[in-house]
Design a protein. Structure first.
Length: 354
């Protein structure tokens, strides 16, 4: 089989060569005794001159400059110089035109940037709009950025170039940011971070992976939700106790979270299977999901107190999870007299106000 293939290949090469030689022979035969005229006898097809460098007046092929190669050999160098000069002139002209066009456009660009940035409304004094010298700004197209008043720079894209469609900031170390692509939320630390030896203007606490967030107060836990079918699964990003760093401390395993800012500190109430659990500001779970309802009531300067309900009966709990009044009451209220409970149809003062 190999010999057969080799025979066909060899035959093809030989035949191709024979055909090429045959075609070349035909061209030679067609030329006959004609030959290319010597260069010294060449003439211009338009004006008939025999000097290719000096055409008769009006000849379309004539050069507008003096003909090289007629006077002295030094004119050849001048021809080279002239060509270089033409090329240089052309290059210079193109570069000058491009530079001129760019420089002409600069004022418009700067004016546009200034106009767009001036049109960006910085949300000073707006809840979720500023923290630690960083200010949320919204552009004319409704997209967001953050102005760093410390370094006088934009921490994200400038508003006119931004693709960020949502932004909430109560703490510069944990800014909730939504981007246009996928409409996902992330949480970013605006203070400089570092990856290896590379300094970053900002770093991600949690990258764009969440479908919803709840960020309501400075240092309060941030609830982050991921959509799972038609439902959301929620977790918490919280601030550390000793260092102002944020991290995901509660996984996305909860049905919902309510964020509760209070006078003394902040809390979160987790929902799971119809029950409620209390979480501290740092993400620690204070109570298991045992209660039907948890509602903050008052603080006395040291503790925060909650009304809690279990099996339609009410009690009182502090922020440590200590049940001060058992869930054995038909109702409970905080009045001018103090905490009063309704038991067997009667109201009783159980905690007089000082």
């Amino acid at each position: 089989m190999k010999r057969l293939i080799f025979f066909f290949v060899l035959s093809f090469v030989v035949l191709s060569g024979s055909y090429a030689q045959s075609a070349y022979g035909q061209l030679k035969n067609m030329a006959g005794s004609a030959s290319v005229p010597p260069a010294s006898k060449g003439v211009c097809a338009a004006c008939g001159t025999s000097n290719p460098y000096s055409h008769n007046p009006g000849c379309p092929y004539g050069s507008k400059s003096s003909a090289p190669g007629i006077t002295t050999p030094s004119s050849y160098s001048s021809t080279s110089t002239s060509t270089a000069a033409v090329v240089s002139s052309l290059t210079s002209s193109v570069a000058t035109t491009m530079l001129s066009s760019y420089l002409t456009s600069l004022p418009d660009r700067f004016a546009r940037n200034a106009q767009m940035n001036a049109a960006a409304q910085k949300l000073y004094g707006v809840p979720g709009g500023e923290a630690d010298g960083f200010v949320v700004a919204v552009g004319t197209d409704g997209n967001y950025s953050i102005w760093d008043d410390n370094s006088k720079k934009w921490a994200f894209e400038e508003p006119y170039a931004s693709t960020l469609t949502g932004m909430i900031m109560f703490n510069s170390r944990a800014v909730c940011v939504q981007r246009w692509l996928g409409h996902k939320w992330g949480v970013f630390d605006m203070k400089k971070g570092k990856i290896g030896s590379v300094n970053l203007l900002k770093k991600a606490v949690e990258f764009y992976k969440y479908d919803s967030v709840k960020c309501v107060a400075k240092d309060a836990p941030i609830a982050v939700g991921k959509k799972n079918g038609k439902k959301y699964r929620w977790g918490l990003i919280t601030k550390g106790d000793n260092v102002d760093t944020w991290s995901l401390t509660v996984k996305n395993e909860w049905d919902n979270f309510d964020i509760l800012p209070t006078v003394l500190t902040n809390f979160a109430i987790g929902h799971k299977d119809g029950k409620r659990a209390l979480f501290a500001q740092n993400g620690t779970m204070v109570t298991q999901p045992l209660f039907d309802a948890i509602a903050p009531v008052f603080a006395d300067g040291t503790h925060t107190y909650f009304f809690v309900s279990m099996n339609a009966l009410w009690g009182l709990m502090n922020e440590l999870g200590e049940l001060l009044i058992p869930c054995e009451n038909e109702d409970i209220k905080y009045t001018e007299e103090g905490v009063v409970v309704k038991k067997n149809g009667e109201w009783i003062v159980v905690s007089p106000r000082d």
